[in-house]
Design a binder for this molecule. Structure first.
Ligand code: PNS
Length: 171
């Protein structure tokens, strides 16, 4: 009998990652512990200018993953104007992994998880976010950094420095 090599289990961690936070990285790291491969999918709309370019966002995620020793288990890939389910199909992903910081995240994510399952059958796995990052989101970190607050420990140091350089000009 020809031995059958099982296909690697692949998870997708989708997001805008504008910019990546330590909360995102915690979820990606935990997803990597549960799956053979993880793709951090940077979903973006080219018509909408983010704070950081897609190339910058990818660079931040890649270097932060390398610093955690995860570069060989997680790849970072950008997708423009695509349904998440189509991205998952292209990547031959088995599951979507999302971090949830509390009940309001679950309320927000719930219909999307059901819609995605309705569309292609893909399942979404919710990981409870580390309480240390319960208050951390890309948008809140940007707001704090814009007005001179310290975001050390909430994002990689490189991202903190880039936020200060990019957003302090708005003050
Ligand atoms: O980091 P974000 O902004 O919370 O990420 C949201 C994201 C990109 C994961 C979500 O908006 C998404 O999945 N967009 C892709 C378009 C899509 O599939 N929309 C229908 C969802 S049911």
């Amino acid at each position: 009998m020809v031995p059958v090599t099982p296909r690697p289990r692949r998870a997708v961690c989708p997001g805008s990652y504008d910019p990546v936070t330590n909360g995102h990285l915690d979820v990606i790291e935990r997803a990597a512990a549960l799956h053979d491969e993880v793709v951090a999918a940077v979903l973006h709309n080219p018509a909408k200018a983010g704070t950081f370019s897609v190339e910058e966002r990818i660079g931040f995620v890649e270097r932060a993953l390398a610093a955690r020793g995860l570069a060989d288990r997680v790849r970072v890939q950008a997708f423009a104007q695509r349904l998440l389910v189509d991205v998952c199909r292209e990547l031959e992903a088995d599951v979507v992994v999302k971090g949830v910081r509390g009940p309001s995240d679950v309320t927000y994510e719930w219909p999307m998880a059901l819609m995605n399952r309705h569309l292609t059958g893909i399942e979404t796995l919710f990981l409870p976010g580390d309480p240390a990052f319960e208050h951390v989101s890309s948008s809140l970190v940007k707001e704090v950094a814009r007005w001179g607050g310290d975001v050390t420990g909430l994002v990689p140091d490189e991202v903190r420095d880039a936020l200060l350089a990019r957003l302090s000009a708005d003050r």
